[in-house]
Design a protein around this ligand. Structure first.
Ligand code: DON
Length: 561
C-alpha cells in the first residue's frame, strides 16, 4: 500500500495526475501484451517513430497473442502525423480468386454450418505482413530488420504466459478447434502445457519471423512462407493460390473524417464499416444535451441503443467493399442525415428492430477476438491499429512448417444475404462474396483531435460487431462525461446492433431502476456472460503529455517513457 502511494505521488509530482496506467512525454504504447508494448517503446527509444513502433508491436503480438495478433490475418491502421495530415491503411484480407458467392451454401441454398468459420475455405488472403511492409516503405525510419527481429527473439526464446493466454490455451472448445488441424495440434496442443507464467517457445514461428526479418515483407508473399502457405492449402483443400498471394494489395485511403461537437474524428473507411457507422452514431448523439444526463441513466442508454440500431441498419443497407459497390459516404456521414434519423426516435419507447427493416433471422453468437493498440511518439505522430484473425485462433489452421495460424475472415462476408455471421451481425448483398473483394469489417481504429487539430484521443477495440459501440462509448465518456482516460476505458459498456433486438449489458452495470425503465420502454436486455465488451486500449493527450490506459477486460498492458 505504501509503495503504491509513493508511486502515485511520484507520478503526481511529474505530471498532473490523470487517471491512467502510464504517462510519458516521449511515447506511449497500449496493447494487449506487455512484451509488445515494451517492444514498441524500445523502438521509439532507439529513434523510431510511432509507425516503426506500430510495425514492431504488430509482429510482437503475432508471437505473444497468437489467438488474435497475427501474420496470417489482416487489419486497419489510422495515422495522424505530427504535421497534421492523416491517412488510413487497409490491409484487410481479400477473398481468394477462386471464391464464389455461394461457396458456403449447399445445393439447396442452405448455409453449411461452420464452413465459413473453420474450414480452409474460411481463410481470406492475409494482408498483415503486406500492411506492415507498406507503411514501412512509406512512413518508417529504422531498418526493417530492427522492427521484426525483437519478435523473432520472443518466438525463439519464449515469452511468459499471462492470464488471458492461460485462459485461451486451456479452453476446451478452443483446444478442440486447434485439434481439428494436425499441424495446429502439433504446434499448439500435443505435449504442451500452458501454466501461468510458463515460457512459451514457438520455434517454427521464429524461423518464419527470421525469414521475414532478413528478406523483407515480400518473403511472405513470394518466398518460402508463400510456398508453405500453398502446401497448407493443398493439404487442407483450400483455394488460396500463388496468384492470390502475389496480387495482394494494401490500400491507402482517405480516412472518414467528421466533427463531433468541437472535435474532429478520424476513423477507418470501407472495407471497414467502422468509420461510417461511428459517424452515423456520433452525429445523432450530437442532438443530445448530456448536461442533463447522468452516466448510464435511462435516457443515456435508451438513446444510445436506438441510435445504434439505426446506424447498424445503414451498415447493413449500404456498406461493403467500396471497390465493388457504390457507397454514398458523404450523405451517410452528414449531420443532416443523422438529424433525420435522430428525429425518428421516440424518447419513451424502443422501436422494434423488425419495424426498422425486413424481419431477419437472428443469432446470438457472441465471441469477439481481435486486438487493438494505440501509439504516440515524441513528435506527436499518432497510430491506431486494429488487427485480427477473426475468431480466436482464426480458422484453427496452422501453416505447415511456419508456426502461424490462418484467419477465418471469410465469415465476415454475408455468406447468404441476411444470414448472421459469428457475431450475429447480418449483411446484405452489398457484402456478398466476390473474388478479390474484401469482407466488411467493424474494426474502428480512431483518432480524435481538438478543434486546433492537436491530438486528444487514440482509441479502438476488438469485439466484432461490438467494436463500433465500444469506440463510441469511449469517445462519449471522454467528451460528454469529461472522464479521464482510465475511467473512460474501464467504465461498464452496453451494446445494441439492431439484430438481435437486444441491449447487451456487462455484468454489474446498469442499476435496477434503469433496467426496469428500459424494460418498460420495450427494450430487451441480456447480460454478457464473458469478460465483457471489447478491449479499448487507448491514449489521451493533455497539454502535450500522454496518458495510456489499457483495458483490464482482457488484461492489456501499457508502456511509456
Ligand atoms: O473485422 C471484423 O469486424 C471482425 N472480423 C473482427 C473480429 C473481432 O473483433 C474479434 N474480436 N475480438
Amino acid at each position: 500500500m505504501k509503495i503504491i502511494f509513493k508511486i502515485i505521488l511520484f507520478t503526481h509530482f511529474v505530471y498532473p495526475f490523470v487517471s491512467s496506467d502510464v504517462s510519458g512525454k516521449n511515447g506511449v504504447v497500449v496493447s494487449s501484451k506487455i512484451q509488445a508494448s515494451d517492444i514498441g517503446i524500445n523502438i521509439m527509444k532507439n529513434g523510431g517513430n510511432a509507425i516503426d513502433a506500430a510495425i514492431g508491436v504488430c509482429f510482437a503480438l503475432a508471437v505473444t497473442h497468437p489467438s488474435a495478433g497475427n501474420i496470417g490475418g489482416g487489419g486497419f491502421m489510422v495515422i495522424k502525423f505530427a504535421d497534421g495530415k492523416s491517412t488510413a491503411i487497409d490491409f484487410r484480407e481479400t477473398a481468394p480468386i477462386l471464391s464464389t458467392e455461394n461457396m458456403f451454401q449447399d445445393e439447396n441454398g442452405e448455409v453449411i454450418q461452420s464452413m465459413s468459420t473453420s474450414s480452409s475455405l474460411s481463410v481470406g488472403v492475409p494482408g498483415t505482413v503486406a500492411g506492415m511492409g507498406y507503411v514501412y516503405e512509406k512512413y518508417a525510419t529504422l531498418p526493417w530488420k530492427d522492427l521484426v527481429y525483437p519478435s523473432f527473439l520472443l518466438a525463439k526464446y519464449g515469452f511468459e504466459l499471462d492470464l488471458h493466454n492461460h485462459y485461451l490455451f486451456n479452453n476446451p472448445s478452443l483446444i478442440n478447434k486447434l485439434n481439428q488441424d494436425k499441424v495446429s495440434r502439433k504446434v499448439f496442443v500435443e505435449n504442451k502445457s500452458y501454466n501461468l507464467k510458463d515460457n512459451i517457445i514457438q520455434a517454427e514461428l521464429a524461423e518464419t519471423l527470421l525469414r521475414i526479418a532478413n528478406y523483407g515483407y515480400k518473403e511472405f508473399y513470394f518466398g518460402q512462407t508463400a510456398d508453405n502457405i500453398i502446401s497448407c492449402m493443398k493439404r487442407k483443400n483450400g483455394i488460396i493460390s500463388y496468384d492470390d498471394l502475389a496480387s495482394y494489395r494494401v490500400n491507402e485511403l482517405n480516412p472518414i473524417e467528421f466533427k463531433y461537437r468541437d472535435y474532429n474524428v478520424i476513423s477507418m473507411p470501407p472495407s471497414s464499416s467502422g468509420g461510417i457507422t461511428l459517424a452515423i452514431i456520433l452525429n445523432q448523439l450530437e442532438n443530445l444535451d448530456f448536461s442533463d444526463m447522468m452516466f448510464q441513466d435511462y435516457q443515456h442508454v435508451h438513446y444510445m441503443a436506438e441510435i445504434s440500431k439505426l446506424a447498424y441498419v445503414d451498415r447493413y443497407k449500404y456498406l461493403g467493399d467500396i471497390n465493388f459497390i457504390d457507397i454514398p459516404i458523404n450523405y451517410l456521414k452528414s449531420q443532416a442525415y443523422a438529424d433525420s434519423l435522430f428525429n425518428s426516435i421516440d424518447k419513451n419507447i424502443s422501436k422494434s428492430s423488425s419495424d426498422l427493416h425486413d424481419s431477419i433471422k437472428v443469432s446470438n453468437n457472441e465471441s469477439e477476438e481481435t486486438t487493438h493498440y494505440s501509439i504516440i511518439d515524441k513528435y506527436g505522430n499518432c497510430v491506431s491499429v486494429t488487427t485480427t484473425l477473426n475468431g480466436w485462433f482464426g480458422s484453427g489452421i496452422t501453416v505447415d512448417n511456419s508456426g502461424f495460424l490462418l484467419n477465418n475472415e471469410m465469415d465476415d462476408f454475408s455468406i447468404k444475404p441476411g444470414y448472421p455471421n459469428m457475431y450475429g451481425i447480418i449483411g446484405s448483398d452489398k457484402n456478398s462474396i466476390k473474388p478479390s473483394k474484401r469482407m466488411l469489417s467493424s474494426m474502428t481504429p480512431t483518432i480524435v483531435t481538438n478543434s486546433d487539430n492537436s491530438p486528444l484521443l487514440i482509441t479502438g477495440s476488438p469485439g466484432g460487431s461490438t467494436i463500433i459501440t465500444t469506440v463510441t462509448q469511449v469517445i462519449n465518456n471522454v467528451i460528454d462525461f469529461n472522464m479521464e482516460i482510465k475511467d473512460a476505458v474501464e467504465s461498464k459498456r452496453f451494446h445494441q446492433q439492431w439484430f438481435p433486438d437486444v441491449i447487451q449489458i456487462e455484468k454489474n452495470s446498469l442499476n435496477t431502476e434503469v433496467i426496469n425503465k428500459l424494460l418498460d420502454a420495450k427494450h430487451s436486455l441480456i447480460y454478457r456472460s464473458d469478460t465483457g465488451l471489447g478491449e479499448a486500449n487507448s491514449i489521451m493527450i493533455i497539454d502535450n503529455l500522454y496518458y495510456g490506459a489499457s483495458d483490464s477486460r482482457r488484461g492489456a498492458k501499457a508502456s511509456a517513457y
